[in-house]
Design a protein around this ligand. Sequence first.
Ligand SMILES: [Zn+2]
Length: 309
Amino acid sequence: MKSFNIILILFLFLTAGVHAEQNFYYNSNFNRGDVVTVLSENSAENFTLELVNSREEFLTDNIFFYIETNSFKGYASVIGLDSTLSAGEYTLQVKTQDGIIVYKGAILIHQNLFKKENIQLNYKNTSLRTDTDPEIVSQAVAIHEIYGTSVQKSASGSKSIISPIKNGIITSWFGDRRNFIYSDGSSSKAVHNGTDIAGPVGTEIYAGCDGKVVLSKDRIITGNSVVIEYLPGVYGVFFHMDKIYVLPGDMVSKDTVIGTLGATGLATGPHLHWEFRVGGVPVSPDPLLANGLIDNSLIMSIVSSHTAE
Ligand SMILES: [Zn+2]
């Protein structure tokens, strides 16, 4: 009887060990500019998700946060894949608060290509882009500080995305490799971090996703600008607006009108520059418009795997 108990206790202990193992769900194939979603049904409180390259060099990270949707309750983390990364295999690693790696997994990033564009700037826009005003530098530092932090610590709702402009015309795409040609004939190269949507001045701009306004300001280069935190460390960015209707701290729904389209700051015509930042990394809006900010196709594959059990 005694030995049976010992075996039973040993058995329960071993089984408990297996169940304590954390399951992380994620897809393994991505394009440059995509968002990687990692989900866990177990607690991942105070855990961090990191992306490292084949030389184990740190690239980007984000916190895990509690998320509750109609079909999923648990922890999620999202990180951005920079559009300038080389194609190949990369490692996802999950770390505890004490820096202990509790999980490692591989993802493959494909060599998707981006458009090239030449942009002629007049004297005024050339002066803006080549201006060395320290205020421009301090505004850039301040906005990147926002991108690199998270204000919110949890999220709810589907986090589906809508285009901020109805019937707008996309004139420039995420990841475009740009060549700015200055008024004196010289040039400089840059990567376009957002999507440009053209329309008449005064066209209503929607928040695009539920979230919290964290910046609402007239900036030198980007004109009237709004930044909304959609998820912890995930930001929607709106530049060159005509009017702004929101203030920092405002909670918005995806269809809240946050202002109107304009041509303020460095703009060659009326358009909205719409950008996503994930842990500071600019990412493409296209997969997010299709699957939501927290990959809904991944959530559905978890739901269907449970139905199959
Ligand atoms: Zn733009």
